[in-house]
Write a protein that binds this ligand. Structure first.
Ligand code: RNT
Ligand code: ZN
Length: 380
């Protein structure tokens, strides 16, 4: 569960969102402080079955007075650790290389200015230390994911220079080794961002190679590829060459718009791949959407329940039988069976699971959100 759906990716150390990403809409009730955000997370979690981790960004540090991002320490996340411990949650983490004066021109780890590069290197090192601390404290491996906004609006004169600087910066960031039990490191690529349309330093080729060579996890965000490209088709290839990988499940609509994930074909296909590849314990599944045009808690609940629905749906498919039909080149029966399976009574299984997990069934959960909106959100 990504904390940033609750406050439109604002965080607690700035009030603007930069980095070529945007949360659009002005639905009332946004969380503006740690207490509100934690309350909202609690209210969402009551309506979502299963066990969870909360995914934090460094910009959600809870500090007394200003602490710049290169100076962050585990103690600045103690409130979150306590929050997670009390609820049996894990924590994942992300350095925040946007919404900061040193990232104003969308150049961070690839910045030609060595002192700005160093600031961000120090920040990323600090977040690895914090994430490893989460892993140790909570007894649950923490994923620290590096995403940077770096790129250029227009045709660059030099493509390899910024990538070389990024490569060197990452080498420095990942020099220190932590126990795999506590920390997993991933890198997230992107094809373009707003204002960074012509060239992205951290492209997919860059990070896929960097991750493979340095034994890191490659993170695929569903919205970070060309519009007709899907990540469901990439998972099997990645898993043949790496033990683990990570996902940001999102929904691009014409561009990397970070819409709430729906129970749609691509989500089901992603989940089917994770199950078919027997990879449920090798893939970190993170969600990454931020819709400010609807009730934010509802956005979390819809998206998270949909990811779980997709996993359950995939677990119910007769994969071995379908594979046999494919291998026997019986494509007629394969199509017939796949199409019939689509209308099997999946909803009954999902409802039973919700009942077993003590969370509301079907649309019943929405009443609770409406009440919370009337009693709490509308008064903010
Ligand atoms: C941006 C990336 C990145 C962010 C979050 C807030 O395009 O997807 O993962 O959305 O870290
Ligand atoms: Zn992402």
């Amino acid at each position: 569960m990504h904390c940033w759906q609750g406050d439109d990716v604002t965080g607690f150390d700035s009030d603007t969102l930069t980095g070529g990403i945007a949360a659009t809409g002005n639905y009332p009730g946004k969380a503006t402080n740690p207490e509100q955000l934690m309350n909202d997370i609690d209210n969402a979690l009551r309506l979502i079955p299963g066990k969870h981790k909360i995914n934090l960004h460094a910009s959600y540090a809870i500090t007394k007075g200003k602490v710049d991002r290169d100076k962050l320490e585990p103690k600045h996340f103690q409130t979150w650790i306590d929050f997670a411990k009390e609820r049996g949650l894990g924590l994942d983490f992300n350095p925040t290389l946007f919404s900061h004066p040193n990232a104003a021109d969308n150049l961070t780890l690839s910045n030609p200015d060595a002192s700005i590069r160093q600031f961000w290197i120090n920040h990323c090192k600090a977040t690895r230390k914090i994430a490893a601390h989460f892993g140790k404290e909570l007894g649950c491996t923490s994923l620290n994911n590096v995403w940077i906004p770096d790129g250029y609006k227009d045709v660059p004169a030099d493509r390899i220079g910024p990538r070389k600087r990024l490569k060197d910066a990452l080498d420095e960031i990942f020099k220190e080794k932590y126990s795999k039990e506590y920390l997993a490191d991933s890198v997230e690529s992107k094809v373009f961002g707003i204002g960074v349309e012509s060239y992205t330093v951290g492209s997919h080729e860059f990070y896929m190679n960097y991750a493979a060579k340095n034994n890191l996890l490659c993170l695929l965000d569903t919205g970070h590829f060309h519009p007709t490209e899907v990540i469901s088709d990439k998972i099997s290839s990645m898993l043949l060459f790496a033990d683990q990988m990570a996902l940001h499940v999102s929904r691009p609509v014409r561009w990397d718009s970070d819409h709430v994930i729906l129970f749609d074909e691509e989500l089901k296909e992603i989940a089917k791949e994770l199950v078919r590849c027997d990879a449920l314990d090798r893939v970190f599944i993170g969600l990454d959407f931020f819709d400010a045009s609807i009730n934010r808690i509802s956005a979390w609940v819809v998206g998270m329940r949909n990811m779980e629905k997709a996993l359950l749906y995939a677990l119910l498919m007769p994969h071995a039988a379908l594979t046999k039909l494919q291998d026997k080149k019986n494509f007629t029966e394969l199509m017939v069976t796949m199409e019939e399976l689509k209308t099997y009574p999946f909803g009954d299984v999902w409802d039973t699971y919700c009942e077993m997990q003590n969370v509301p069934q079907q649309k019943d959960w929405f009443k609770e959100i409406q009440q919370y909106e009337a009693n709490v959100l509308s008064k903010r």
